[in-house]
Design a binder for this molecule. Structure first.
Ligand code: 0RQ
Length: 498
């Protein structure tokens, strides 16, 4: 038998044979970065083969956040997932969740390691973790993401390490790993700056738990975001103007505050524009996902340093980092997600959080996860970790979707994941509404006037006029009329389109 140090080298199929129907299995990866890529395919084959024989095979699956194709597409398509947490972005899995074929726990990402530690999800049977090296004494050098891997390695009964030979061993130079002890035995976390290093570059595993090493050479598959379109540029324009005026007013210090940027096309586009604007000084980031647009900003000296848990970047962008590691290793830190998204640190550093909403209501409640309040899009992800604890919580969205058939400003969101108490600024391509210090009625007027698309403004103003008075005026017969119209006719205001 071939050996990798003291560990047996096994095939992905052999690794899959350790995993049984009903097992809770953790896979490394945060977004498509650093995910297990060989064993999930073998598990998909195993599931299909078991199903053909009329036998059940489905796992309870945990990852740091969303996954690459291997899990939320391939494993999902083979019916190998019965339960999933804490976040996903796969089309196939999304369909299964909305059909109630898969149970989905959509949760704040910073909560996941502690929930695992205390057994909120039951015991963890196995972990499959991508690494560039595992040493005989159990040091595991992770690759492009940290996520929940340190916790999985500590808790899982059986561990399979996928050694990925195309991931550069130098990625470890960015890793800064600490696992928090259980409460109430926690000391203050000494992160006083986004670039504070407090840990070691490796996670640890008890070598006796390592069932085998699978060799693999598949790169991460992160798809490219579209170039910032006109709408993203307009959103970014309003936001930059606002942030610059906050600096002038002394409400943001001259050295600026660390930024967090959410996922998606809009957030990626906004970062690109914001990062190059002359009114915004060079800044740092305390965020969870490092994206393509930030690589160039770092090379240009606009982005001074970034702390994240994942390099969710395309192969080309990763190539740039690896080829210039002496430069990037000083400026990029990858932490476990309980630290990248830690509420206390986010509050301490004064992070400005910028996340994307699907829709917002006229009072500033945000829905970023559930269409019609019923169908999951992706999940809350880390947006709540950041918005609830930030210095300023900004939510952005185009004012309309689907050629105007959907308004992103509605009377009441049928699902709220970031509530009015955690939302301070909302922005669309129409403009920005600074909600700080305003009561509900003034918030509503500002959001409708500044952010709603002109096609929907009359409807929204009429809604307030005809609502029952109260601290937050509403008409409970009409509050979901736009959503009902959309479901029944395909348009929120039948007959209207942009
Ligand atoms: O539909 O895919 O059919 O074209 O939603 O919309 O405008 O491309 O937006 O890619 O920026 O994603 C909120 C989903 C935005 C994302 C969300 C339709 C629209 C389109 C996508 P198509 P866009 P983006 C920390 C931060 C939650 C997690 C998070 C997200 C599709 O940002 O998942 O913030 N956020 N994490 O047409 C119905 C509406 C709609 C709508 C848009 N009101 N109703 N559909 N769409 N508005 C990072 C992590 O946690 C990793």
């Amino acid at each position: 038998m071939t050996k990798y140090g003291p560990y047996p080298v096994i095939t992905a199929k052999e690794a899959a044979s350790f995993i049984k129907d009903g097992h809770t299995v953790g896979f490394s990866g945060f977004g498509a970065a650093g995910g297990a890529k060989a064993v999930p395919y073998a598990l998909a084959d195993k599931a299909e083969s078991e199903h053909r024989k009329g036998r059940p095979f489905a796992m309870r699956v945990l990852t740091g956040a969303s996954s690459g194709l291997a899990i939320d597409e391939v494993l999902a398509q083979s019916g190998a997932i019965s339960w999933r947490a804490p976040y996903q972005t796969g089309r196939s899995l999304r369909k299964q969740i909305n059909n109630q074929d898969v149970e989905y726990v959509d949760m704040h990402l910073s909560h996941v390691p502690q929930a695992m530690l205390f057994g909120f999800f039951g015991k963890m049977d196995a972990a499959v973790v991508e690494a560039s090296e595992v040493t005989p004494d159990g040091r595991v050098y992770l690759t492009t993401s940290i996520g929940i891997s340190p916790t999985m390695l500590a808790l899982a009964d059986k561990v399979i390490i996928e050694i990925n030979t195309v991931q550069s061993p130098r990625l470890r130079e960015m890793a800064d790993i600490v696992t928090l002890p259980p409460p109430p035995h926690r000391d203050p976390i000494p992160i006083a700056h986004p670039m504070s290093r407090i840990g070691v570059p490796y996670a640890t595993v008890d070598p006796k738990k390592v069932a085998g090493v699978v060799l693999n050479s598949e790169p991460d598959t992160v798809s490219e975001f579209s170039q910032p379109n006109q709408v993203s540029r307009q959103i970014a324009g309003h936001l930059v103007e606002f942030l610059a005026s906050e600096m002038k007013a002394g409400r943001i210090p001259k050295e600026f505050l660390p930024l967090q940027a959410g996922v998606g096309n809009v957030a990626n586009g906004v970062m690109g524009v914001l990062g190059t604007h002359p009114d915004i000084p060079p800044f740092s980031m305390y965020t969870e996902v490092f994206q393509d647009s930030q690589v160039e900003l770092m090379q240009q000296g606009r982005l001074l340093g970034a702390s994240a848990t994942s390099l969710n970047i395309t192969e080309d962008a990763l190539g740039v980092i690896v080829d210039n590691m002496d430069f990037f290793a000083k400026r990029l830190i990858l932490r476990p997600q309980e630290l990248s998204n830690h509420p206390g640190i986010i509050r301490r550093l004064g992070v400005i959080a910028m996340n994307t909403a699907l829709e917002m209501d006229i009072y500033g409640n945000v829905n970023s996860s559930h269409v019609y309040g019923m169908d999951i899009m992706n999940g809350i992800g880390g947006s709540g970790d950041f918005s609830r604890n930030s210095y300023l919580a900004v939510f952005m969205t185009p004012s309309i979707a689907k050629d105007g058939r959907i308004s992103s400003v509605v009377p009441m969101c049928p699902h709220i994941d970031n509530g009015e108490h955690s939302v301070q600024v909302v922005v669309t391509e129409q403009g920005l509404a600074d909600l700080r210090g305003l009561g509900p009625l003034l918030r509503a007027k500002k959001i409708i006037e500044n952010c709603a698309h002109p096609m929907y403004r009359d409807y929204l103003f009429r809604y307030i006029e005809n609502s029952r008075a109260g601290h937050i005026p509403h008409d409970l017969n009409k509050c979901f009329e736009l959503h009902r119209n959309l479901m029944e006719t395909g348009s929120m205001l039948p007959g209207l389109s942009a």
